[in-house]
Write a protein of this length. Structure first.
Length: 466
């Protein structure tokens, strides 16, 4: 009898296991909600619609803030505009003199010769202060070489090298010997004024803290907007990781592997909905640049694209140390609400897809996805998908497939649907049901035992007893 009861219990357990096997738990990333804007702790943020040329959302967008490494947005765009990315620069002692023990670095050393494209990755991904200084010196050298004073040629910012000598009150030789980094800061400030920045003053190329090195979230958005007019800049900020090639000092390829510090680039879906679950109509996060110092707090400036084709630049600055952990969610919140505002002003679908469709990968050109992640509004949509030529069909004898009844569908039992939609409730119900069944089995077995014992007692009574 006990063996039969045990067999029944095992059978029931196997049945329940089979049910749960068909209703397995979902191990994928659960959806998350961004915090409402009033819960975003920061000194300032700005959502700038580049397409409409207006600020559409912000809190103190013109407040003075320290940019930290967001400074490198400007350093990078000047490097791209004045230098050839295929050329090489040699790291000088002067470039390394201002590197502090707590500086973020690419990892180059004095005397190392590095391709400019590699320095730009070292600038934007690991946020290397060493790379920033090397690029800055290279730009100043290029200024004197390509646009000499009185030579008639003007640089990308409309001036020649005489601008630097006048601003610093130094000769060309003096600047080349001791003042290249200060000269580069002059070019940074000139570019800032040229693109409409009104609250910015730079004193170095890296963002190393200085009380006289400041900007605003609005100005950072303008810098990002200008920089993103260069496709190479968009490739840099869109890259999730990079592997450095060999140099004269690092003699093996892959001497360092670096990752982008803009975590929203990895999970753009976080900004696809507002805190209330409303579709934000964000279509792509192109990329961004972070910045952190104890004085500046934490910040992030992003380039993004709306479903209506508008380019939105989002800058958030001055997140306090107690909230560093929430930087990505804060940036996602400002991005989501900014894009919803942009969509409400112009609700017209221009770009298809979701945030997962437009992703750039760290790979050679031949291995890049066909869906173009670096969106330039105004491009024809057909350019985003490379259409393959239609091949001429070759007649091939193929067996006739077995006809399938039209409209026939495999129906799912209502209990299975309920279990999939409410897994916790289903588990509790099954446990209760299983407990009831086991208790009934135990009671049934016990009753049978009691009846059997009663019959045996009757059989053992002495003869003659009534």
């Amino acid at each position: 009898m006990k063996n039969k009861a045990a067999a029944m219990v095992v059978s029931l357990l196997l049945t329940v296991s089979a049910v749960f096997g068909s209703v397995s738990a979902d191990i994928s990333q659960p959806p998350l909600r961004v915090p409402p804007l009033e819960n975003v702790h920061c000194a300032s943020y700005c959502v700038y619609d580049k397409t409409a040329n207006e600020v559409i959302l912000g809190v103190d967008p013109d407040k003075k803030v320290y940019p930290a490494s967001q400074t490198k947005i400007m350093t990078c765009q000047l490097g791209l505009d004045y230098l050839n990315i295929d050329d090489y620069l040699t790291v000088s002692q002067n470039a390394m003199n201002s590197i502090t023990s707590d500086s973020s670095i690419m990892g180059v050393s004095v005397g190392e010769t590095v391709q400019i494209s590699e320095l730009l990755y070292g600038l934007m991904l690991p946020s290397g202060n060493d790379a920033a200084n090397v690029i800055a010196e290279g730009v100043v050298d290029a200024m004197f070489e390509k646009y000499p004073a009185g030579g008639g040629n003007k640089g990308p910012d409309g001036v020649d090298a005489s601008y630097l000598t006048e601003q610093l009150g130094k000769t060309e030789d003096e600047i080349k010997s001791n003042y290249k980094l200060r000269a580069f800061a002059c070019l940074m400030n000139l570019r800032a004024r040229n693109i409409g920045c009104t609250g910015t003053n730079f004193v170095n190329a890296s963002g190393l803290h200085d009380d006289n090195h400041y900007t605003t979230s609005h100005d950072l958005a303008l810098m990002m907007a200008k920089a993103c007019e260069n496709r190479d800049f968009k490739i840099l900020i869109s890259t999730e990781s990079h592997i450095f090639k060999a140099t004269n000092r690092h003699t093996n390829d892959a001497w360092k592997y670096v990752k982008n510090s803009d975590y929203l680039l990895f999970d753009p879906w976080l900004a696809a909905q507002t805190g209330e679950g409303i579709d934000s109509h964000l279509i792509a996060i192109i990329g961004g640049k972070t910045g952190t110092t104890s004085m500046a707090g934490k910040g992030l400036t992003l380039s993004t694209v709306n479903e209506n084709g508008h380019e939105l630049m989002i800058s958030i600055c001055g997140i306090p140390a107690d909230y560093y952990y929430y930087t990505t969610m804060y940036a996602a919140s400002v991005t989501a609400y900014g894009h919803l505002e942009c969509w409400n002003r112009n609700p017209e679908t221009v770009l298809p897809g979701t945030t997962g469709d437009y992703r750039y990968v760290n790979a050679p050109d031949a291995q890049q996805p066909k869906y173009d992640s670096l969106i330039f509004p105004g491009d024809e949509l057909v350019n985003y998908i490379e259409e393959e030529p239609e091949a001429t069909p070759t007649p091939v004898a193929t067996p006739t497939p077995t006809p399938v009844p039209v409209g026939e569908q495999v129906k799912t039992h209502p209990l299975v649907l309920f279990a999939k939609e409410q897994p916790v409730v289903a588990v509790v119900c099954c446990i209760i049901l299983l407990a009831i069944i086991i208790i009934n089995i135990i009671l049934f077995v016990r009753i049978r035992q009691l009846k059997a014992n009663a019959r045996r007692r009757k059989v053992r009574k002495p003869n003659g007893l009534i």
